[in-house]
Design a protein around this ligand. Structure first.
Ligand code: UD1
Length: 425
């Protein structure tokens, strides 16, 4: 018997209606980690109800934090600073667990954190995190699969965080958060520009941190003695929004999205428009309407760090390309090995060939429902999207990957008319 839930998706339904996007997973996780930086209570609102958040809540509890998690609100209060180890069984479940390292070293002077896990989308090194923390004066040796961070007191430094594939998002989160309590001024050059980092910086400012250059590649942090508790609402999830846009596009549907920030989706919207999809702001300005004509045209897809098309949208947009007449190249610039889903799409009758970090999609051939296995979080969503337009039934197994990062995914698609059912293990 299968160990994990699967989805049974019957193709052919055109999605129509209105759907509300949840708060951002990738903003919530480092922000929750940053609540370790204060002795006072924090309230984080708009937190999506999904597995990765529950894993972060468990991680915080294991580090001596009292956490009340109800619906989309998480309340935290540190009660025991002696617990400084984030164990393998938690951090190996998701990479964002590693974000507790910076806060532990900065606030408690020490932190032992397992090397991270997360999606199997290629190499996931942490040397940029360690480089930044070392520059701030910490020692961060790796022993027996754990990073053992230690510092009497962090001090400001000039740090370049660019890497071979751009900046590290979570590396920036770790170093930025730690630097808020360092002595003196820290300058992070080559900081990640992702909106989730901007949101983290705004959260830290609400706690009393002094940060200049928010939203730019150069963050200047003036260390403060202590941070206060705060109440904060996180941004909407741009990847969930993009995924729902892709769902509307692939089914040639007509869907209105609520609770989105279109400014965070400029490249995705631009790309969808290039395919022939219409994306228009709704009158309130807080939503958008996505409508797709029957015929879309091909267009090459390149993923990049923000503000480019996110690597976390690559698989979902590749699903759309399978339904577009003509050939499109997909060039993955952030995680060059992130193509495990290609084989699964091909099981459904897609014609995709892979050459290095480029996949060539020969689109427009009717997909047929098949048993497929989700290799990672975003690819899981992409396979569901493919199932929405495949002839017959697609069984997507390993839905535990999807549950890590999407809140109520099947309910949301179902409300738009998708025929999708969860089948228990
Ligand atoms: C975050 C996101 C993830 C997204 C990724 C890229 C969260 C919880 N996860 O992951 O969904 O796919 O950004 O937008 O926010 N790298 C190094 N050295 C390092 C760290 C990273 O070379 O020390 C490389 C990686 O191998 C990759 C690139 O840099 O090629 C980007 O990775 P990074 O930004 O660190 O991804 P995450 O922050 O882990």
């Amino acid at each position: 018997m299968a160990e994990f839930d699967r989805f049974s998706v019957e193709g052919g339904a055109r999605l129509t209606g209105r759907v509300r996007v949840s708060g951002s997973k990738n903003a919530a996780l480092p922000i929750l980690a940053a609540t370790l930086m204060t002795d006072e209570p924090c309230v984080v609102e708009g937190v999506p109800d999904l597995h990765d958040v529950r894993t972060m809540v468990e991680t915080l509890r294991s580090l001596g934090v009292e956490v009340e998690h109800t619906g989309t609100t998480v309340r935290t209060r540190v009660v025991n600073e002696d617990l400084c180890t984030a164990h393998y069984d938690l951090v190996s479940r998701m990479r964002a667990g590693f974000c507790v390292l910076g806060p532990l070293i900065a606030k408690r002077g020490r932190g032992k954190v397992s090397l991270p896990g997360g999606c199997k989308i290629g190499a996931r090194p942490v040397e940029l995190h360690r480089k930044g923390l070392v520059a701030l004066g910490a020692e961060v040796p790796v022993r027996h699969g754990y990073v053992e961070g230690e510092a009497d007191r962090l001090h400001g430094a000039e740090i370049f965080l660019g890497g071979a594939f751009g900046s590290s998002v979570l590396g920036t989160a770790n170093v930025l958060t730690a630097a808020t309590l360092a002595d003196g001024v820290t300058v992070i050059e080559g900081a990640a520009l992702e909106p989730e980092i901007e949101d983290l910086a705004r959260f830290l400012v609400c706690m009393g941190a002094r940060i200049q250059g928010i939203g730019t590649h150069r963050l200047e942090i003036h260390g403060v003695e202590r941070l206060d508790g705060t109440t904060y609402r996180i941004i909407p999830d741009r990847i969930e929004a993009g995924t729902l846009m892709a769902a509307a596009a692939i089914t040639r549907g007509d869907v209105e999205l609520e609770n989105i920030c279109l400014d965070h989706l400029v490249a995705v919207v631009d790309y969808l428009r290039a395919l022939g999809v219409s994306v228009e702001k709704t009158e309130s300005g807080l939503g958008c309407r996505v409508t797709a004509p029957e015929r879309l045209g091909p267009c090459d897809l390149n993923t990049h760090p923000y503000p480019g098309i996110p690597t976390d949208m690559q698989a979902q947009l590749m699903a759309v390309l399978c339904t577009v007449d003509g050939t499109s190249a997909v060039n993955e610039k952030v995680f060059p090995d992130r193509f495990i889903h290609v084989g699964e799409f091909n099981r459904m009758g897609a014609r995709i060939s892979k050459e290095g970090a480029v996949a060539i999609v020969d689109g427009g051939h009717r997909l047929s429902g098949a048993p497929v296995e989700a290799p990672d979080l975003r690819a899981a969503a992409a396979l569901v999207l493919a199932g929405l337009v495949a002839e017959g039934v697609t069984e997507v197994s390993r839905i535990d990957h999807l549950d890590r990062g999407y809140a109520k995914f099947e309910e949301k698609l179902g409300a738009l008319g998708a025929r999708i059912q969860r089948v228990g293990a």
